[in-house]
Structures are given as structure tokens and as C-alpha cells.
Design a protein around this ligand. Structure first.
Ligand code: BG6
Length: 486
């Protein structure tokens, strides 16, 4: 593996959950794999008045468990040597003064400022970074989601940040784009001739994208109740996956070539009218139930959830893309907390054959299905019908399986690891451009507004199921079922 250039990684929100659970473990994995330059340093910033030792102790207790079986004493210790800590309150401009040690623009060295904080702080942090000279061309800023609460607040953050940084210094992260299978989707589509001719309205009946979680709100009740599934998952992760499925082949793998194509898809999404929201969206909220055989409380009983909250923990949507390739093909998207299992997958259901000749499953319904599994395992399966062995001509379902986990010999980086390495290397292709984000908000906003006006509460679903019954009904109106119901 090639190593990165020398770097300084400055982590705002250094004592927070994201840094402890995701970023430090990802950087450790990159370090252990030899991908980080020996002169790469990590500076964690936080409001706590810690000595370095106290911070390292926190990393030991909160971060190391997330490294799991990959923990190796030598690698871990040399990784920890890269880390230092500085007390910094993002709302106190004077706290930024020590960061002035970085500014000399050394073309050989990269400075990454990772803003793993609440988005209200982004503008202020960028202003202070600029004030201490940390906005020269060698600085890259990573902006974590949620980037705003709606179109206006997202535009305001982006405009404020743009006062101090060029667009090509900004890395708006959506960790779903760092998942191996998502990149494989590009490889499969554009590296083979087999799929591209079929990848259109003439041959695709419907597309389904599911991100189901078995977890609940996990102590994030306060944040989640103000956010909900539409903002937390659909506006970003699901729409980005939709773009990867639906975009035209880019002219190259250059970042803007990819982003231009994704933007066209977002712009072609049919806007929702008030009545579309009623007919084509389902919002749900989990009540108590059981996940994995263990009883779990309902959303309203979770800590920090106000009584009677109508925040959705599940959303399903029928989206349509108004362009020549996709017109008339429904894209069913859904996501939820406390669902039956943790599962993320993209399913392309191809049309049936024109005439049934055989006994067995009816190929006029669904004969071929491409299932791109992102998690828990990563695989791509092509389902088709073949002859059942023995006498007669009877069909049976079967599939070709590209199971990367058991067939690939190279270690596969986790999404955050891959994306962090991309930032240090200056690869913008897997990060969202400002206009993409605005389009995604523009599409989501009428749904948010219509729900806010409605007196109807979200549909209740039992924890540990696939969501409210209305989610199946959304598809059955088009004569379709969710993949797991087939
Ligand atoms: C985050 C959401 O963006 O993605 C969380 O804020 C969610 O609510 C998480 O749990 C899911 O990510 P993954 O990679 O675990 O599926």
C-alpha cells in the first residue's frame, strides 16, 4: 500500500463519540496497514482540560474496544505516539492561538481539519482557522453531517464556510460512499459491458434501497428527536446511493466528473407535491418489541425523548427520476431504526421475460435481480432462473455470488479509513459538492414541510420488524414487494 504524504490531522470534537468510535480506530487501521506517513501527526481538540496522558487514557478506554481483534500492541503503541491533545473551546477565539504553529504552507505537508462537532460551530471554527492563518491551500476541511437542518440552514453553513475556504478544500463526508460495495457498484457498472445496456427503464422494473438498523437511538435521543430518519439517513446516505445507481457513466473518475453526474440525478428527482407526500411516503415510529430475542423499549420510552414526540424513526419513499433513462421506474427507498436486522442493500429488479415457457417460478414476474449488499456482509448476487435438475423443464431460482469477503485476499478498509486516506491524499471524488447537498435538501424539504403541517402521527411499528404495514402497501400499489418479502 502506498503511504500518504506527511500530514497533521486536527480533530475538532476530539473527545466525542465519532472520534472515539470511528475516526481513531480508522486511523489506527491505516497506521497498522502502513498507509500513514511516519511523519503524520494527530492533534485532538476538546473542551476538557486534559493532559495528554488523560486523553490517551480516554482513547484506551473508549476507542481501543472499537479496534476489536485487530489490536496489536506494537502497532497500537506507535499509533498512540502520533497523538497529542490541546484544550480548545470552539466558541472561544483565543483558544485557537496555539494553532498558529501550523500555518507555514509547506507543499510537502497536508493539514486536515476534521470538524466532528455540531454543525452550528462550523462557520465559527472556519473563521478562527482563517484568523490564525490555517486556510492556506495546504489545508483541507472535513465537514461531518448533518450539514444543516434544512435547505436554508445548510446554505447558510456552506456560504459561511466558503468565505474562508475554496470548494476544493472542502470534504463533505458521507461515510456510505466509502463502503466497498458502493465503489464496487461503479466498477461493476462501468467496468463491464453486461449491465450497462440493461441499466435503464426498458429492462429495470424497480429499484429498492434499504438501510435497516437493528439499533435504536442509542443514547442520542436528544439529537435524534430533532433530526428524524429523513434528515439523518435519507437526505444523505440513501440519496447518495440512489445517485450511484442512477447516474450516467462519468467521462473520467475525476472528482467533478463524478459529482456532475450525481448532481444531474438529484436535479432530475421528481419533486413531491402535498398529495405525493401522502401517497408516496411512509413515516413510522417504533414501539416496544424485541430485537434478536431481547425485549426493547419503544421510541417514546427512550431517554431524552419528549412525551408525544412525532419524530420518525422509519421512512419509506417512492422516488422517481424524470429523465430518459429512468422515467417511470420507481426507486423505493427505506430506512429505519429498530428493524428486524441490520441490513443495507441495493436491489435492482429487472423486468420479467415476455412469455413463460416453463413450469416453476414465473419468469414473467421477476426473473433477474441484482442485489448489492453493503452490510452486514459485502457481496453482489445476481439472481436468475435455471433448470431444476432431473426430468422435465422446470425452473428454479438460483444466483451467482460475488462474495468479496471470502474471495478477496487484500484487507478491506472500513468506510472511514478509506475516506480519511482520501482526504490526506486529496481525492475529492467520494465527497459531496455544495450543489449536490443543496439539491438533496431541495428534494427532501417538501416532505419535511408537509409532515410538519400534517396532524397525522407517524405509523407505529413493533421494534424488531420491517417497519409499518404501510411500507409494504407503498410497494404493493405498484405490484411490487420488498426484497425480503419475495
Ligand atoms: C449515521 C447516522 O450517519 O449513520 C446514524 O447518524 C446511523 O443514526 C449511522 O446509525 C449508520 O451507519 P452504519 O455505517 O453503521 O450503517
Amino acid at each position: 500500500m502506498t503511504t500518504t504524504p506527511p500530514f497533521d490531522m486536527i480533530l475538532f470534537g476530539g473527545t466525542g463519540d465519532l472520534v472515539m468510535r470511528k475516526l481513531l480506530p480508522a486511523l489506527y487501521q491505516a497506521h497498522k496497514a502502513g498507509a500513514l506517513h511516519p511523519e503524520g501527526r494527530i492533534l485532538a481538540l476538546g473542551r476538557k482540560d486534559f493532559e495528554r496522558e488523560a486523553y490517551v487514557a480516554q482513547v484506551e478506554s473508549q476507542s481501543r474496544p472499537h479496534v476489536g481483534a485487530d489490536w496489536v500492541a506494537d502497532a497500537w503503541n506507535t499509533f498512540i505516539d502520533r497523538i497529542s491533545y490541546l484544550k480548545l473551546d470552539a466558541e472561544h477565539p483565543q483558544d485557537f492561538a496555539p494553532l498558529a504553529q501550523f500555518p507555514v504552507h509547506d507543499p510537502q505537508r497536508v493539514t486536515v481539519c476534521y470538524l466532528a462537532t455540531a454543525p452550528q460551530l462550523f462557520a465559527g471554527i472556519c473563521e478562527q482557522l482563517a484568523r490564525v492563518g490555517l486556510n492556506h491551500p495546504g489545508v483541507r476541511v472535513v465537514l461531518e453531517k448533518p450539514l444543516g437542518h434544512d435547505l436554508a440552514s445548510s446554505n447558510a453553513i456552506n456560504a459561511a464556510v466558503a468565505q474562508y475556504f475554496d470548494e476544493n478544500q472542502l470534504y463533505r463526508i458521507d461515510h456510505y460512499l466509502g463502503k466497498e460495495s458502493v465503489q464496487n457498484l461503479m466498477a461493476i457498472r462501468f467496468g463491464n459491458v453486461l449491465f450497462e445496456p440493461l441499466w435503464r427503464r426498458d429492462w429495470v422494473d424497480n429499484v429498492q434501497i434499504t438501510i435497516a438498523e437493528d439499533l435504536g437511538v442509542e443514547g442520542r435521543g436528544d439529537f435524534y428527536d430533532k433530526t428524524g430518519a429523513l434528515r439523518d439517513m435519507m437526505q444523505n446516505h440513501l440519496l447518495q446511493l440512489l445517485c450511484m445507481v442512477a447516474m450516467e457513466p462519468p467521462a473520467s473518475l475525476e472528482a467533478n466528473a463524478i459529482r456532475d453526474e450525481k448532481l444531474k440525478v438529484l436535479k432530475a428527482l421528481k419533486p413531491f407535491s402535498e398529495s405525493d407526500v401522502v401517497r408516496k411516503t411512509v413515516r413510522g415510529q417504533y414501539r416496544s418489541g424485541a430485537v434478536d430475542g431481547k425485549p426493547v423499549v419503544g421510541y417514546l420510552q427512550e431517554p431524552n425523548i419528549p412525551p408525544g414526540s412525532v419524530t420518525e424513526t422509519f421512512v419509506a419513499v417512492k422516488a422517481e427520476i424524470a429523465n430518459w433513462r429512468w422515467s417511470g421506474v420507481p426507486f423505493f427507498l427505506r430506512t429505519g431504526k429498530r428493524m428486524q436486522e441490520r441490513l443495507a442493500e441495493i436491489v435492482i429488479n429487472f423486468r420479467g421475460v415476455p412469455l413463460s415457457l416453463f413450469a416453476g417460478p414465473d419468469p414473467q414476474r421477476v426473473a433477474n435481480r441484482l442485489v448489492i449488499r453493503l452490510q452486514p456482509d459485502e457481496s453482489i448476487r445476481l439472481h436468475f432462473l435455471a433448470k431444476e435438475a432431473g426430468d422435465g423443464m422446470r425452473l428454479q431460482p438460483t444466483f451467482l455470488n460475488l462474495d468479496f469477503e471470502s474471495t478477496s485476499r487484500t484487507r478491506r478498509a472500513d468506510a472511514y479509513e478509506r475516506l480519511l486516506l482520501d482526504v490526506i491524499r486529496g481525492h475529492l471524488g467520494l465527497f459531496m459538492r455544495r450543489d449536490e447537498l443543496a439539491e438533496a435538501w431541495r428534494w427532501v424539504e417538501p416532505i419535511l414541510e408537509s409532515w410538519a403541517r400534517s396532524n397525522e402521527a407517524p405509523k407505529s411499528y413493533t421494534a424488531g420488524t420491517w417497519g409499518p404495514a404501510a411500507s409494504s402497501a407503498l410497494l404493493s400499489r405498484d405490484g411490487v414487494s420488498w426484497h425480503e418479502e419475495l
